[in-house]
Design a protein around this ligand. Structure first.
Ligand code: GDP
Ligand code: MN
Length: 394
């Protein structure tokens, strides 16, 4: 689950990372009110789940109320590479002297968290990694030991942080590592991590602060963080995916026109492959899990059909503990309630499959085509989606 910048900053602040004062708003009037309260200059920032907002014109400095109004009006509703701006973050502008980069992420191949730091922040970090790899410090951390202050200090100074802010950068790295572990994040990135200009006349020196935040949380660990569940940005989510998540069903939207429904993630994934091999294009991926009762099947069928792009559905069940005759009964009951208008190819294999197929045949549901093997089912569903009919009945 990806978080918007301001949500990421809320998590940062919870773990002691310095961020600027700001407010999230959804209208021009609220933006102006927030800017007046915060005090000028402010930065008006588009909140969308995509980077490069600055270049796209989604980050603008406002020196006074008139500019705040103008920028808020321009940015709200703007399209940034397919993402419509519905929320703005108004924050007190910072005086930037340096732009650094810091991140903690999961390195799957090393099976460890990876801490990264560079003094070449502000730009695309991939560019730094390619052109000046020596400017990007990469250190794996043993998750059982954690990141020590000594190690964080080494990373900061080896990366070339200015001497007067090495301590502060190390502190930021430690806080970022804490965000990553304690919030069950898969990515916690700050670009830029800025060094501010010292306040005029102030005795305390320069400050290190997160000016941007990119945080992805592990969806499978969200149950451990009730506070973070509320952060799910429903306005950016696919409504059917959200409904599925609420019902505890694995559903992924794809771009094709064949609905795929099965029991077990592995089976559903191989069904996608077989359908693709038969020349079809899956519209979605739905893992109904182990259940076979009518209510669960009805729910799954309704989710599949909620996507109007679906022209035909492949219902693929492998009976292990789940019994195919029960699935068939569930399907018959579900169809009595829903009466789908698109064709369903139903492949039942495994425990009690003969009985299950017999039940389906007896029920003679309109629009249901039983199949025995996965290949046969895939070919049938591809033909049906293309409007060619399912061929000769078995
Ligand atoms: P991104 O383009 O989506 O990565 O958005 P960022 O939040 O990183 O902002 C882009 C750029 O805008 C930053 O690299 C800064 O150069 C600039 N910027 C953002 N906030 C401020 C600010 O408070 N003061 C100044 N002077 N520049 C800012
Ligand atoms: Mn950025």
């Amino acid at each position: 689950m990806d978080l918007l910048e301001f949500q990421g900053k809320q998590l940062f602040a919870r773990h002691g990372l310095k961020v600027s004062l700001g407010r999230a708003v959804k209208s021009v009037e609220d933006a102006v009110r927030a800017a007046n309260e915060i005090g000028y200059p402010v930065v008006v920032k588009a909140q969308v789940l995509i980077g490069g907002r600055g270049k796209a014109g989604g980050v603008k400095l406002a020196a006074d109320e008139a500019q705040a109004r103008e920028h808020a009006g321009d940015i709200l509703g703007m399209d940034i590479r397919g993402h419509t701006v519905r929320t703005l973050w108004i924050e007190r502008a910072s005086e930037i002297e340096k732009e650094y980069y810091a991140a903690v992420l999961l390195d799957r191949s090393a099976k460890r968290p990876l801490v990264m730091f560079s003094v070449e922040g502000g730009v695309e970090i991939e560019q730094v990694a390619e052109q000046n790899p020596e400017k990007l410090v990469r250190e794996h951390v043993d998750p059982l030991v954690g990141l020590s202050r000594e190690r964080a200090l080494q990373i900061a100074s080896r990366g070339g942080a200015d001497a007067d802010v090495v301590q502060a950068v190390a502190g930021a790295l430690l806080a970022l590592y804490e965000v990553w572990t304690e919030e069950d994040a898969t990515l916690a990135e700050i670009n830029p991590l800025i060094v501010t200009a010292p306040a005029p006349g102030a005795s305390d020196g320069r400050e290190v602060r997160a000016l941007d935040a990119k945080v992805s949380l592990d969806g499978n660990a969200l149950f451990r963080h009730p506070d973070n569940q509320a952060l799910a940005d429903s306005e950016n989510e696919d409504p059917i995916e959200r409904r599925a998540a609420e019902q505890g069903v694995q559903y992924v939207k794809l771009d094709g026109d064949i609905g795929i429904l099965g029991n077990g993630a592995g089976l559903v994934m191989s069904t996608l492959d077989v359908v693709a091999q038969a020349g079809g294009s899956p519209a979605n991926f739905l893992d109904a899990g182990g259940g076979s009762d009518a209510e669960k099947i009805e729910q799954a069928v309704q989710l599949i059909l909620a996507n109007s792009a679906v022209k035909a559905v492949l219902f693929n069940i492998f009976g292990g503990i789940t019994r195919c005759d029960e699935v068939a009964r569930g399907l018959i009951a579900a169809f009595a309630a829903i009466k789908p208008t698109v064709p369903f190819v139903v492949r039942l294999d495994g425990t009690n499959d003969v009985v299950g197929r017999e039940l389906l045949r007896e029920a003679a549901l309109p629009n249901v085509y039983p199949a025995q093997t996965m290949n046969e089912a895939a070919e049938k569903v591809v033909a049906l989606a293309a409007g060619r009919g399912a061929g000769a009945p078995p």
